[in-house]
Design a protein around this ligand. Structure first.
Ligand code: PNS
Length: 176
């Protein structure tokens, strides 16, 4: 059985535009090892997100309502500086496939160079989420595809509010 380290805060950084069930799966795994997990959204002026930072924070908080072990916050600047100020010594990142690995390794090594006290922990989501990304969820939803198994209910609701009716109705589906 995994032993949870009491009092440990792990920061799970990302864009989370929006959160998917793949993110939630990683949070669940992190909660088995660490006491608290803080999902930290980067305030990135170079990106044009679908959901504002405040909307993304609200989605996370809604998805984890009633679970005090999961927190949501936003940050600017260097991630390791944010983590240190937050009192976290662990960063969580999910790795879905080999294609994620190169970028994650680079980031992990750079973060270690910037602050060797902070450890990056890579976690693997359930295989059923290995192809799920926020970008694909938005694209599929917008084009009329079904995303209900891929995102929390509240995200699907907000996608509907954002995009209105999908561009075209989905074709009758066969079971996957
Ligand atoms: O969900 P994403 O977009 O893959 O998350 C990327 C994120 C936010 C984790 C990364 O861009 C980041 O940590 N940015 C903060 C700036 C920083 O610390 N850069 C140096 C790290 S290599």
């Amino acid at each position: 059985m995994t032993k949870r380290r009491e009092g440990t805060l792990a920061v799970f950084p990302g864009s989370f535009d929006p959160i998917t069930n793949g993110h939630l799966d990683i949070v669940d795994r992190a909660l088995a090892v660490f006491d608290r997990v803080r999902m930290a959204i980067l305030r990135n002026p170079d990106k044009q997100p679908l959901f504002s930072v405040d909307e993304r924070l609200a989605l996370i908080r809604e998805a984890y309502r009633g679970n005090p072990r999961v927190e949501a916050d936003a940050f600017s600047g260097l991630l390791v500086e944010y983590a240190e100020k937050a009192g976290a010594s662990v960063l969580i990142r999910g790795i879905r496939a080999i294609s994620d690995f190169e970028y994650e390794l680079q980031m992990g090594l750079m973060n270690r160079r910037l602050n060797p006290q902070i450890e990056t922990v890579f976690m693997i989501p359930a295989e059923s989420y290995s192809y799920v990304s926020s970008r694909l969820v938005k694209e599929v939803f917008q084009l009329g595809g079904r995303v209900s198994d891929l995102v929390p209910k509240v995200v699907e609701k907000r996608l509907r509010e954002k995009y209105g009716a999908p561009i075209r109705a989905g074709r009758p589906r066969r079971k996957a």
